[in-house]
Design a protein around this ligand. Structure first.
Ligand code: ATP
Length: 286
């Protein structure tokens, strides 16, 4: 038996923070979109008594802190699973990038366990368990185009934003999600993105209108701290991107382009901004 599953990364086509809650979390309103950039997880029988995780060429810990083993162990305990699995991770999604790579891996692991061990859990039941591992895990189980509200756990599917050419660029800087949220100042004069208007423009695939509307309120924290994010955005726009925006808490920036030729040319320019830049031309994935 060998079971392989893809775990797609996400971008945020708009991100607003509505308020800081008393429990320290934030109420968010964000547009989520899965992209054609995947980690690949393979599950095989293991002779040991515990699940083990292997993965070449990755900096993420392969111990019990890894969201893959946390997801596997959560379902193993609840459903008294006795068979141990060897899980291999091919990590393609940049780590700590604002692309929910860890949450995508956790979601893929839960889906895999549900199928391999015949747990018969519905998507909703998987999502209820997934949120214990991270606020983005329920969305990563759902995938596609969606509105995410609450702490990320209230999900509404949106019309598929299909066939869109993307350039995804991550500069070689590390951004702590917790630091970004802690530093965000929701002053009365801060400009909140109009998420509903972005959704309407997406339905019409009106890219120029999206260009004037798409915004991520977390850029108010990350761009002053990491000006390279703005350099990437400006480079994409000067190369013909209709939209260029930071994803999540950054530092990844994505651009929406009319075609691959424009995106490829922008990729070359972005790679020249600094060394160790990650850049890929891809598409939305629905
Ligand atoms: P988000 O967009 O949800 O904020 P992110 O893309 O910024 O996520 P991740 O790549 O998910 O960040 O990684 C965040 C942290 O989670 C890293 O410090 C990493 O060590 C830890 N982590 C645990 N398991 C994984 C995994 N399977 N893949 C990536 N990171 C993991």
């Amino acid at each position: 038996m060998s079971y392989t599953i893809k775990a797609p990364a996400k971008i945020n086509i708009g991100l607003d923070v509505i308020r800081r809650r008393d429990d320290g979390y934030h109420d968010l309103k964000m547009i989520m979109q899965t992209v054609n950039l995947f980690d690949i997880l393979t599950f095989e029988p293991s002779t040991g008594d515990k699940h083990i995780l292997t993965g070449a060429k990755t900096t993420v810990p392969l111990n019990n802190d890894n969201l893959i083993l946390r997801a596997a162990n959560l379902l193993t305990e609840e459903f008294h699973i006795t068979d141990a699995l060897k899980i291999s991770l091919e990590k393609n999604i940049p780590v700590a990038a604002g692309m929910a790579g860890g949450s995508a891996d956790a979601a893929a692991t839960m889906i895999a366990f549900n199928n391999i061990f015949g747990l018969n859990l519905s998507a909703k039941e998987l999502m209820e368990r997934g949120v214990q591992l991270g606020a983005d895990v329920p969305y990563c189980i759902m995938k596609g185009t969606a509105l995410s509200e609450g702490i990320g756990d209230i999900l509404t599917p949106l019309p598929a934003f299909e066939g869109i050419t993307l350039l995804i660029v991550k500069p070689p800087v590390n951004v702590s999600t917790a630091h970004v949220y802690r530093s965000l100042k929701l002053t009365p004069d801060i400009v909140h993105p109009d998420i509903d208007a972005i959704i309407a423009a997406m339905k019409d695939k009106n890219l120029p209108l999206m260009g004037s509307l798409c915004a991520n309120i977390l850029e108010t924290v990350t761009i002053p701290e990491y000006p390279v994010i703005n350099t990437i955005k400006e480079t994409m726009l000067s190369c013909g991107a209709d939209v260029s925006l930071m994803s999540g808490s950054g530092p990844t920036v994505f651009g929406i382009f009319k075609n691959e030729t424009l995106a490829d040319a922008a990729k070359e320019k972005c790679l020249n901004i600094s060394k160790d830049m990650f850049a890929i031309v891809t598409t939305t994935y629905n």
